[in-house]
Design a protein around this ligand. Structure first.
Ligand code: ZN
Length: 185
């Protein structure tokens, strides 16, 4: 099943996600459906709030961010109840976008290396360190389960310049080639 992606302006994107247990109803199907939804919209990450569920679950597939032949540097993974426990290195800027905020892309500054604890799709505990583009995608998706959006990292002036565009997105006045749910439509 392909979920509609919740657009900017929906309060679910501002909620801090609740932890889940391995008994969460149809968890495995939910994860499969999230992968289908992410691939269909050509995303590299998707967090549960973006499909309307305020829980601590997100998925990533950073493989296609790497050049042909280097895809193995990327990672396909499921993160349940994740906690970033360390971030290190000099901030670096990279252009980010978000399936919930189509057509807006802006440089965001983040640290290059993270250590994160989480449960994988088999509910096996993991503590791993990631860097580069994979860390970047995880940081972006992790923000989602904390109720934070990438535009929150922009300077106030930059963010205020986007206000009109964001208002239009929340009303569905945006060209997008995947299924979305607009809060003010
Ligand atoms: Zn996003």
């Amino acid at each position: 099943m392909i979920f509609p992606i919740v657009a900017y302006g929906d309060p679910v994107l501002r909620k801090k996600g609740e932890e889940i247990t391995k008994d969460y109803p149809e968890l495995s199907k939910l994860i499969d459906d999230m992968f289908d939804t992410m691939h269909k919209s050509r995303g590299v990450g998707l967090a549960a709030p973006q499909i309307g569920k305020a829980i601590r679950l997100f998925i990533i597939d950073s493989r296609k961010m790497y050049d042909e032949g280097e895809e193995e540097k990327g990672l396909e993974e499921v993160f349940i109840n994740a906690q970033i426990i360390d971030e290190e290195g000099e901030d670096w800027r990279f252009e980010e976008g978000c399936l919930s905020i189509p057509t807006i892309r802006e440089d965001v500054s983040r640290q290059p290396k993270i250590t994160i604890q989480y449960y994988d799709r088999n509910f096996k505990f993991q503590e791993r360190t990631f860097d580069d583009l994979t860390a970047r995608v995880i940081q972006h998706e992790y923000d989602h389960i904390e109720g934070i959006l990438f535009i929150d990292h922009l300077k106030p002036l930059k963010k205020s310049l986007l206000k009109g565009k964001l208002e239009k997105i929340s009303k569905g006045m945006v060209d997008v080639n995947y299924k979305m749910k607009f809060p003010k439509k």
